[in-house]
Design a protein around this ligand. Structure first.
Ligand code: NAD
Ligand code: TYD
Length: 367
């Protein structure tokens, strides 16, 4: 098989950056072009180690720019788009939905139009448009409900999930109407290196290290199905290699946790890390463990997120059966790796937290 030529949108974000590192390591002969607008969530620092790779190119630009995208597909002879670029944070979508409609709906449609123009009307070359989506399009589960399968009806509840659902439908329509070769994956909550500290797991870690409140929404019993980000990247690789054109695949961790239990786990693991490594006391003097207190003393109940989905859980049986997909990382090993990465990469999270993050946290919780 000749090497592929990939356009990765949103490659400077959390999952996109992990995917770039994963792909360059596994497929060093492939061309990989990143297109990213570098919003608050995109960071060149997350791609620093990719920069020297001969097959890699970074383009600072917006997926809404049809001429740019069409030009890149032609000039780079792209045969595979892996589309991560999105506004991705539910709380931000509640405060300001417009950017979510622009990027997630109009932006995805712009990419589809460019792909159609170049691949169907133009070169006619074999191609794949892979759309990265979320389990949140399926809505919310009651405690005893079966997990979401690919046949679960869409019922998005937040502006974020509604915008992602819209983009999923556009991808489906471009396959059925125009014959574009598409695949879509709907994945559960990810965690791991390079995650922006506005999402639950890195936010709680950074707040523990600073001795700041750990804001739990509502009763803390909302459940998410957590997947280590590298397992998501492997799942996307399997969809690209073995997935059927026009098909949808659910990816998940079989790993349901209530928020309060995750936060308690992070508190315990960080307390233990401080007990084992006195250097951490010098580096993080405001952390509770540096002052003889338990991290769990920082847990703070705050008002619930409006429309807060109660439970997400993924049935990934189709992906297992058709692609051979199974997560490799256990939650214990994945969280351990994530904590080790956060402690070893303090300059990364300090840098990304400057600016918008501080404003954001200040507005939300008065911290
Ligand atoms: P992220 O917010 O960390 O990164 C998004 C990236 O997209 C950033 O680099 C940003 O600069 C870029 N971007 C935003 N608007 C853009 C635009 N108009 N043009 C070009 N680039 C733009 O997001 P993430 O958590 O890495 O999520 C990536 C994808 O995976 C999203 O589509 C998201 O819906 C999906 N997803 C995320 C999760 C999760 O747990 N994080 C789970 C399932 C699916
Ligand atoms: P988040 O990481 O924002 O992902 P999503 O909303 O897309 O699932 O939130 C995960 C869960 O954690 C969700 O139930 C909301 C909750 N949460 C808190 O309780 N406090 C917080 O500060 C954040 C960011 C999230």
């Amino acid at each position: 098989m000749p090497p592929s030529r990939l356009l990765v949108t949103g490659g400077a974000g959390f999952i996109g950056a992990n995917f770039v590192h994963y792909w360059l390591a596994k497929h060093p002969g492939d061309r990989l072009v990143v297109l990213d607008a570098l919003t608050y969530a995109g960071n060149r620092a997350s791609l620093a180690t990719a920069a020297g790779h001969p097959s890699y190119r970074f383009v600072h630009g917006n997926i809404l720019d049809l001429n740019l995208v069409t030009g890149l597909l032609r000039e780079e002879e792209i045969d595979t788009v892996v589309h991560f670029a999105a506004e991705s944070h539910v709380d931000r979508s509640i405060l300001g939905p417009d950017a979510f409609i622009e990027t997630n709906v109009v932006g995805t449609h712009t990419l589809l139009k460019a792909a159609r123009a170049v691949w169907l009307a133009g070169s006619g070359r074999p191609h794949r448009f892979h759309h990265v989506s979320t389990d949140e399009v399926y809505g919310s589960l009651a405690p005893a409900d079966p997990p979401f399968s690919e046949r679960t009806a869409y019922a998005p509840n937040s502006p974020y999930s509604a915008s992602k659902a819209s983009s999923d439908h556009l991808v489906r329509a471009y396959h059925h109407t125009y014959g574009l070769c598409t695949t879509t994956s709907n994945c559960s909550n990810n965690y791991g290196p390079y995650q922006f500290p506005e999402k639950l797991i890195p936010l709680m870690m950074v707040n523990i290290l600073h001795g700041k409140p750990l804001p739990l929404y509502g009763d803390g019993q909302n459940i998410r199905d957590w997947l280590y980000v590298e397992d998501h990247c492997r799942g996307i690789e399997l969809v690209l290699e073995r997935g059927g054109v026009g098909e949808v695949y659910n990816l998940g961790g079989h790993n349901e946790w209530a928020n309060i239990d995750i936060v308690r786990l992070l508190c315990r693991l960080l307390d233990e890390a401080f007990a084992q490594d006195p250097e951490l006391i010098r580096r993080f003097p405001d952390a509770p463990a540096s002052q003889g207190r338990l991290a769990a003393s920082l847990i703070t109940w705050v008002k619930d997120r409006p429309g807060h989905d109660r439970r997400y859980a993924i049935d990934a049986e189709k992906s297992r059966r058709e692609l051979g997909y199974l997560p490799k990382e256990s939650f214990a090993s994945g969280i351990e790796k994530t904590i080790a990465w956060m402690l070893a990469n303090e300059p990364w999270w300090r840098q990304v937290m400057d600016g918008s993050y501080r404003d954001w946290i200040g507005r939300q919780y008065g911290a």
